[in-house]
Design a protein around this ligand. Structure first.
Ligand code: TGC
Ligand code: FAD
Length: 406
């Protein structure tokens, strides 16, 4: 249920929207007023506040930090969590919000996914009352930023064998290891770090500024350029015992967080696809070649129809997944199918749009190239496309094809 202060903020924001999203199967009829309100307010925010900034941020390789406050006011940080100043919206409203953010840019959605679904969720689900009260309100207000350090240089798809260690020493833990590809890594006030401890994977809250803890921004990305990505270094980093997330014993704890973020990505990808489809449809209707708009040619129509068909299938998948999540019966493998297929669909839409735009498709002033480059990262993170194929293969055959460690 949407908290009253967030509802007031959303109503204030809703106005005339210029973007008309494809809704071929009239899914809007299936959303509640509250879900539609969340969607339209985030749509307006993206249109008026984010999209004017995002192309330049992408060109500069800069995360638009100035948008954090407004996203917090909209209740977008930890939006689907209950209490501690979080908005407490339902899974479908949350999905629609992420869809709109990623219509702007995958980097913007990434920030919100990591802050809420990975970092805040980890503390909310696995933390003590003291850890929750200390961190969650300020994280929801955007006054503090969190990152989630699971991946390491040598352990990406297979985090079960990660090497970072936490060794107990009196009333402290000593952490040693390196994390890589960490979203929000160099701007975070606190990192959720996953480490081997007493023979199990466990989560630890490491504050920025702790001696022995540092980060290095990963420069040179041609994808997700509006998102901060960093390496984390832990060198004899001592933290109080109370910084361990007590309910984390085993890989299941971080995987539970990934589930939340993968769910959001499934919706987000639809937003990126919508942005591309809309650009392709507009362009094809106005670009004249051989005496007619290119939208009048069968081959171009086929591409447009393929995009609409993919978007519609993904919208239906999200809708159903959201209702299952609302009812508490969604399975991780169902989330995997949606993350895998919706991202592949969005990437295909971005590539088709680039093609329909001809030479213009490679220009920064059009969105499809930025979305296409971003979606290459989205395809890889939170479990690669192929890892989700193996998760599903395992589910339907009962046979794990991950290899020796799987
Ligand atoms: P496995 O034996 O299958 O599972 C271990 C335990 O965990 C349970 N489990 C899950 N629980 C909740 N959600 C899920 N999705 C779960 N998947 C498995 C499982 O039931 C078991 O529980 P129990 O009680 O029996 O102990 O573990 P495995 O070692 O065989 O690993 C399986 C595998 C390969 C699927 C897993 O390691 C995996 O998902 N790998 C991909 C790694 C990944 O996704 N990394 C993401 C890093 S974070 C990130 O990318 C953020 S980008 C965000 C942004 O910027 O937007
Ligand atoms: P690898 O695991 O080395 O995989 C390489 C290739 O091998 C892939 O194609 C993969 O599908 C394939 N492969 C691997 N195993 C198998 C197998 N058993 N069978 C068949 N094929 C296989 N991580 C975090 O912890 N926190 C973050 O905030 C975060 N943010 C990220 C942001 C960005 C921009 C990017 C690009 C990544 C981020 N990641 C983050 C890391 C991300 O989760 C990993 O990149 C991802 O899990 C894949 O790991 P890897 O890159 O090491 O690839």
């Amino acid at each position: 249920m949407l908290a009253p202060q967030h509802r007031r903020q959303l109503l204030h924001l809703v106005g005339t929207m210029t973007f008309k999203a494809p809704d071929y199967y009239q899914l809007d009829e299936l959303y509640s007023d509250e879900e539609l309100l969340v969607r339209s307010s985030v749509r307006k925010f993206v249109e008026e506040r984010a999209l004017p900034l995002l192309p330049a941020c992408f060109a500069e390789g800069r995360f638009p930090r100035e948008l954090i406050g407004e996203m917090a006011e909209l209740g977008l940080l930890g939006a689907n969590l209950e209490g501690y100043g979080c908005a407490g919206i339902g899974p479908v409203a949350y999905g629609l919000a992420l869809q709109e953010l990623e219509r702007g840019d995958s980097g913007l959605r990434s920030f919100v996914s990591v802050q809420g679904s990975l970092g805040m969720y980890a503390i909310h689900a696995h933390g003590t009352e003291e850890q929750k009260s200390r961190w969650l309100p300020e994280l929801a207000e955007g006054k503090k930023i969190v990152c989630f350090g699971l991946t390491e240089p040598d352990f990406g798809s297979n985090p079960s064998a990660l090497q970072t260690r936490a060794d107990a020493a009196g009333d402290e833990y000593i952490l040693n290891g390196n994390k890589m590809w960490i979203t929000n890594g160099s701007i975070a006030d606190v990192a959720v770090v996953w480490a081997q401890c007493d023979g199990e994977i466990s989560g630890f809250l490491v504050e920025n500024g702790t001696p022995g803890f540092s980060s290095t921004t990963q420069e040179g990305k041609w994808s997700l350029r509006t998102s901060d990505t960093a390496e984390l270094h832990l060198e004899d980093c001592r933290i109080p015992r109370g910084c361990r997330l007590p309910k984390t014993t085993g890989l299941k704890a971080p995987l539970m967080c990934l589930n939340q973020a993968r769910y959001g990505i499934a919706w987000g990808a639809v937003g990126a696809a919508m942005a591309c489809y809309s650009e392709a449809l507009d362009y094809a209707g106005s670009r004249v070649q051989f005496g007619s708009p290119i939208s009048s040619y069968q081959l171009v129509q086929q591409k447009l129809v393929d995009m609409l068909s993919g978007i519609t299938a993904s919208q239906l998948r999200c809708q159903r997944l959201g209702r299952l999540k609302e009812g508490g019966s969604v399975r991780p493998q169902q989330v995997s199918l949606a993350k895998r297929d919706n991202v592949a669909m969005a990437l295909e839409c971005a590539r088709n749009t680039r093609d329909i735009l001809g030479a213009n498709g490679i220009m920064e002033e059009y969105q499809c190239g930025r979305h296409m480059r971003n979606l290459e990262s989205v395809k890889t993170y939170e479990g690669t496309h192929d890892i989700h194929t193996l998760i599903l293969g395992n589910d339907i055959t009962g046979i794990s094809a991950f290899g020796e460690d799987g």
